[in-house]
Design a protein around this ligand. Structure first.
Ligand SMILES: Cc1cc2nc3c(=O)[nH]c(=O)nc-3n(C[C@H](O)[C@H](O)[C@H](O)COP(=O)(O)OP(=O)(O)OC[C@H]3O[C@@H](n4cnc5c(N)ncnc54)[C@H](O)[C@@H]3O)c2cc1C
Length: 400
């Protein structure tokens, strides 16, 4: 990397290899695969550490939702002694070792606020604060979950209790004895409700939409793994039928407890809308026993709680918004060809979501978790390595 002072930006850096934005699992996986192929790169990370989403924005009792062999990054398996579903701390330690093994040393505190292709130079210009980086290749690895989504709910200023997004929730012990409303019933909402319940709080969970809840395991085999295997042999609708039959046998009729199922099966729904089925880790049993209440959507906050859409009012000490996340790509990447400016995802879907035009790439936007990120990382490294190894590698001297 070489640099030069300019009048408009403090420093201008020439990066001979690709620039990777984000040092989460996707960025690390891409960096490791590039390293393995002998291609230099630079990782820019806005926070002060690798895996910031896991270290700074998740709750303490989080475990991987999927079995470990579906979550390992390229070129380095999980340690054998890790359980099937590693804890958050174990996953972070794995990522730390991964970064160390492949000598990934991101530039921390570098929040990219603008990236644009300079067509006259045929290069990407990437701005982070007062520095500008220039490279032939730009790899977007800022994640599907870069920003918390917080809905606007009327009356929030009146409410005298705590309101927080799940990204700020750490542990149920902070809410012991409290009545807590969890808004949202995806995997996070379900798990936070369970954590609250297990720590002496009294959670109610807002269920607004229809959703598929599946057991995490069927006859001792992970539901995810079983689905992947069955899909090799059967069409999606048969696998969906089988999953719903197993869910009915193991979990019973979830509709009785206010969790209505969509008409479309769980895998078909995932492939058409990206909506992930909830893998139950014990929340349903607490709903059945009445320890977690299912409530309708909120109409507005009151000073001591909320009014639901059915007009009923209830008091709560705290409200936790399990209302999801969104990509932040449209806020900084000036490109409307590859990325959709509304949702911040590549317009082309998996398995073609990894490569755009003119040296632009995306890792980890497949809606297929860490497995999808690993597939992207390998393809990107292979593609860039081919270009890197073909002449000319570098820009003519004196460009900067
Ligand atoms: C609670 C939870 C549990 C999950 N469990 C699983 C699981 O068990 N299995 C699975 O396969 N998937 C799981 N996922 C989904 C997904 O695999 C993870 O979210 C994973 O962290 C995605 O990695 P990533 O690197 O793409 O994104 P992130 O981990 O979010 O990393 C992106 C990085 O980019 C940085 N960044 C963002 N914007 C900028 C910017 N403008 N400039 C510089 N840096 C920036 C961020 O600080 C962050 O470090 C889970 C997701 C959540 C939210």
């Amino acid at each position: 990397m070489t640099s030069k002072e300019t009048s408009t930006t403090k420093r201008l850096w020439w990066v001979p290899g690709p620039l990777i934005i984000g040092a989460g699992p996707s960025g690390l996986a891409t960096a490791a695969c590039l390293k393995d192929r002998g291609v230099p790169y630079l990782v820019l990370e806005k926070d002060c550490c690798i895996a910031a989403s896991w270290k700074l924005r998740t709750y303490e009792r989080l475990k991987l939702h999927l079995p470990k062999h579906f979550c390992e990054l390229p070129l380095m398996p999980f340690p054998q002694h890790f359980p099937t579903y590693p804890t958050k701390q174990q996953f972070i330690s794995y990522l730390e070792c991964y970064a160390k093994r492949f000598a990934v040393e991101p530039l921390f505190g570098a929040r990219v606020d603008r990236a644009e292709r300079d067509a006259s130079l045929g290069l990407w210009r990437v701005r982070a604060g007062e520095s500008e980086f220039i490279s032939r290749w730009l790899v977007v690895a800022t994640g599907e979950n870069a920003e918390a989504v917080t809905p606007e709910i009327g009356g929030v200023a009146e409410f005298r209790g705590r309101v927080m997004h799940t990204s700020c929730y750490r542990k149920g012990d902070d809410f012991t004895g409290e009545k807590v409303l969890v808004v949202g019933c995806g995997n996070s909402g379900m798990e936070v409700s369970l954590d609250l319940c297990n720590n002496g709080a009294h959670p109610s969970m807002v269920v607004r939409d229809k959703l598929h809840v599946l057991p995490r395991e069927i006859f001792g085999i992970s539901t995810f793994g079983l689905s992947v295997w069955l899909l090799k042999w059967l069409p999606t609708r048969y696998v969906d039928w089988f999953l719903l039959l197993c869910a009915r046998i193991t979990l019973g009729d979830t509709e009785k407890y206010g969790l209505k199922r969509p008409k479309v099966g769980p895998l078909q729904l995932k492939s058409t809308t990206g909506k992930t089925p909830v893998l139950d880790v014990g929340t349903l049993a607490k709903i059945k026993s009445g320890h977690i209440k299912v409530v309708p959507n909120i109409n507005r906050f009151t000073d001591k709680g909320v009014e639901f859409v059915d007009g009923r009012k209830e008091e709560f000490n705290s409200v936790i918004l399990a209302t999801g996340y969104k990509s932040n790509v449209p806020s900084w990447l000036k490109d409307e060809e590859f990325f959709n400016k509304n949702d911040g995802f590549p317009k082309t879907r998996f398995p073609n979501s990894w490569k755009g035009e003119n040296g632009l790439y995306a890792t980890g936007f497949t809606q297929r978790g860490l497995m999808g990120a690993s597939i992207d990382a390998r393809k990107i490294a292979e593609d860039i390595a081919t270009q890197w190894n073909s002449k000319p590698k570098h820009l003519p001297c004196g460009l900067l």
